[in-house]
Design a protein around this ligand. Structure first.
Ligand code: XMP
Length: 305
């Protein structure tokens, strides 16, 4: 486990050393990794850091409002509403890797513009140890690693938490006094809800996934899952009132893990599962079925795409 009393001052000093008098940018995702990286860099260089939050429309319920609140102490925070541009870029794209690529590229375009505006020489990233391992192993194209702005000629990339595991990042978050909500927040994938809807990303599917994820996170809090989520995995027949309907199938997933590289599906009690089912089908009339995913990783991954 990381010794935060020594890690934090050392990390801040290293950032100061590396960036000197220059400007830097960081993309905030709402997750604990980029939040901690941003907080450390802000301690080091203050408002010469421009934290950029791109609202892709693929984020969790209430995420944008929460980001504004958590980082209200950073005067240089920029919040970009890019929802329409992401949806447009994703229209008709069904292949999982292609979706990640489109999202990564659009994200970079948004971020590039802000980096130019901020006259940034350095890029700060919240890359953690498992990100590097998975990317190097070529398991998945994580969009927060490898995809870098091209039109901005950064002098360097600063990754203050690159050697830490997720639980160590959380320790640092608590040490820095970051909002408990941020410190304790479950991991959330860079491409957001796009990997929690199978096939084409549409506003309708996103809304179902977003509301269902919200229910699952709230209902499963007491199980302390490493990650709990819901995904829209297809359509199936159901009955609503007197009619047969062709509605969405929502899959609920809750796993224990240390670092996301392997995971075990959690054993939940029947009442909890039924409560989740009834809230998800109740809040959206177009959901016909809710299923629970009992697959470990491997062979499944945690996300659906
Ligand atoms: P999988 O689905 O590969 O996920 O078992 C392992 C962990 O990584 C998260 N994840 C991502 N994080 N960019 C990210 O920053 C991504 O493209 C991405 N894909 C998956 C996932 O939520 C889980 O915590």
């Amino acid at each position: 486990m990381v010794d935060t009393d020594t890690f934090v001052p050392e990390a801040i000093a290293a950032i100061e050393d590396e960036i000197g008098d220059a400007n830097a940018v960081i993309a905030l995702s709402g997750g604990v990794d980029s939040s901690v990286a941003a907080a450390l860099a802000y301690e080091a260089i203050g408002d010469r850091l421009t934290p950029v939050y791109v609202d892709t429309g693929l984020m969790r319920k209430g995420e944008t409002a929460q980001i504004r609140e958590t980082f209200s102490f950073m005067e240089s925070l920029r919040v970009i509403d890019a929802k329409d541009r992401f949806l447009e870029a994703l229209a008709g794209v069904t292949d999982p890797e292609e979706k990640r690529k489109v999202i990564g590229e659009q994200f970079i375009r948004e971020f590039e513009r802000e980096a130019l505006e901020a006259d940034a020489d350095y890029l700060v990233q919240g890359t953690i140890y498992p990100d590097r391992i998975e990317s190097e192993g070529g398991i998945k194209s994580h969009h927060n690693v490898g995809g870098l702005p091209e039109v901005v000629d950064f002098e360097g990339i600063v990754e203050p938490v690159r050697d830490l595991y997720k639980d160590e990042v959380r320790e640092v978050a608590r040490h820095l006094g970051l909002d408990e909500l941020v410190a304790e927040r479950m991991p959330f994938p860079g491409p957001g809800l796009a990997v929690r809807v199978i096939g084409e990303v549409t506003e309708e599917k996103l809304a179902v996934a977003r509301d269902a994820c919200h229910v699952v996170e709230a209902e499963l809090e007491e199980y302390e899952p490493w990650q709990a989520l819901a995904a829209v995995i297809g359509k199936a027949t159901g009955v609503k009132g007197d009619n047969r309907v062709h509605g969405w199938v929502v899959s609920v997933r809750s796993v224990d893990s240390r670092d996301g590289m392997t995971a075990r599906a959690q054993e939940l009690d029947w009442e909890t599962l039924q409560r989740i089912q009834s809230r998800i089908t109740g809040q959206n009339e177009n959901v016909a079925r809710v299923v629970y995913d009992v697959t470990h990783k491997p062979p499944a991954t945690i996300e659906y795409e």
